[in-house]
Design a protein around this ligand. Structure first.
Ligand code: 13P
Ligand code: SF4
Length: 424
């Protein structure tokens, strides 16, 4: 059996509005995503799911309401319409799908992957006129940067952003950079900026212009080694946890890793701690992965003494240290795929992927560490209705929801992305 009392067997509240056997973090997950697109209210929000309680900046993109016939169509009709449009479009369109997408969307992906693998896929799909990216905004921006200018990248729902990426704004990063410059002295190599893939294209460009680089969860260690070969200090944004977990793997002691909180003067750090720091960690987090706790791991081990625990490196340090292994979504998939039949796996990553792994490996017991169903709020915004809409518009020759990065940003961001692709 793939599920047990710790494991939600399906993602019913997200998929169909049916009742679930497991508790859900928000009853609004039974609503369709356009309930949030239609009415953003006075303050924008990420909608239901793990990021629901994060503060969304006023600049968070919103999705205009799609035509009523898409919103009213039942799931079977939507799948039929997607299939018909997809076959008309043929090889002129490539569909990329991140592993956190819901099943009735990911099934249409020509290529699936973590953010690193998908960025490589985007870069090599030179024959396609359009790339439909079933993922989130920063991934679609990256695809636009890595593809030819004539290729059009489409994000089916513009509200599919990333709360973590939004935690580092251009303005806040510039303020931080200037303050570090004044305190530590500028000049080449004084501080190397490293941005996680989960960031705006403008911040990738910021890194490209300043001798910096991009990383993903599958290459963070190699990228930090690259950076430390060129400078004695790294400013890492926006994920504090991926940064710290990677610093620990490189053997950095605690007093050489300092958190920079953009809401506080001098990041809330002392001048002395910043002078001593090797790794300055932006205070940003993923609300999906920070849900996982050491107590959940202890419970899994109590209830399943044979269990192996694998978590994503966006989890907190104590969770990564308590787990048996950590890795990007692609690495989690590979590890469980290679595991012995009959083995038991507790997984700390997004629920759509965990449930899919459980179904793909009926000979293994795979369950989510978190007993509460709580998907990524922004991945959830891509619904089959939006996919049907963008495909049918493409059939009519109209490109909706195109994601475009301006030329200057694109050129500078490409420098940082190409450094990353060369490292790994
Ligand atoms: P990866 O796809 O790189 O594992 O990252 C997970 C994630 O949070 C994507 O938003
Ligand atoms: Fe952002 Fe976390 Fe969702 Fe990934 S899983 S898109 S990091 S909020």
């Amino acid at each position: 059996m793939a599920s047990d009392n710790l494991a939600p067997a399906t993602l019913a509240p997200v998929e169909s509005g049916a009742t679930s056997t497991a508790e859900s973090c928000s009853s609004e997950l039974t609503w369709d995503p356009w309930a949030f697109d239609a009415d953003t209210g006075p303050t924008p929000s990420y909608g239901p799911g793990a990021s629901q309680w994060d503060e969304a900046p006023a600049t968070t993109p919103v999705q205009a309401e799609i035509p009523a016939d898409y919103r009213r169509a039942d799931p079977a009709e939507l799948q039929e319409r997607i299939g018909a449009a997809r076959s008309t479009l043929g090889t002129s369109v490539v569909v990329l799908g991140h592993h956190y997408q819901r099943d009735d969307v990911i099934r249409w992906a020509d290529f699936t992957g973590d953010s690193f693998k998908l960025s490589r896929q985007a870069a090599t799909r030179t024959g396609a006129d359009a790339i439909v990216f079933c993922g989130v905004h920063f991934m679609a921006e990256t695809a636009d940067i890595l593809t030819a200018p004539a290729q059009q990248v489409v994000l089916p729902n513009l509200a599919a952003g990333c709360s973590m990426a939004d935690m580092a704004t251009d303005a806040d990063v510039s303020v931080c950079w200037d303050q570090l410059d004044r305190l530590l002295g500028g000049g080449p190599g004084a501080v190397i900026p490293v941005t996680y893939m989960n960031s705006a294209a403008s911040l990738k460009a910021f890194c490209g212009r300043r001798g910096g680089i991009v990383c993903t969860s599958s290459n963070a260690r190699a990228v930090l080694e690259w950076a430390f070969a060129r400078g004695s200090r790294v400013l890492f944004f926006p994920d504090e946890h991926l940064g710290r977990n990677t610093g620990v793997k490189l053997g950095l002691p605690d007093d050489r890793m300092v958190v920079w909180d953009p809401a506080l003067p001098l990041g809330g750090a002392s001048e002395a701690s910043l002078r001593q720091a090797a790794l300055i960690l932006w205070k940003g987090w993923c609300s999906v992965h920070t849900r996982f706790t050491v107590e959940q791991i202890e419970r899994a081990r109590r209830e399943h003494p044979e269990v192996s625990v694998i978590v994503h490196p966006e989890c907190r340090r104590e969770v990564v240290e308590a787990a048996d292994a950590d890795g990007s979504t692609e690495r989690i998939i590979e590890t469980i795929g290679r595991a012995a039949p009959g083995s038991t796996w507790a997984v700390g990553t997004e629920i759509n992927l965990v449930n899919r792994l459980a179904r793909a490996h009926p000979d293994k017991r795979v369950f989510c560490l978190d007993p509460v169903i709580c998907p990524c709020s922004t991945m959830y915004r891509i619904h089959p209705a939006y996919l049907a809409w963008v495909f049918e518009r493409l059939v009519e020759g109209e490109v909706v929801n195109r994601i475009r990065v301006d030329e200057e940003t694109r050129n500078d961001a490409l420098v940082a992305l190409e450094r990353m692709l060369a490292v790994t």
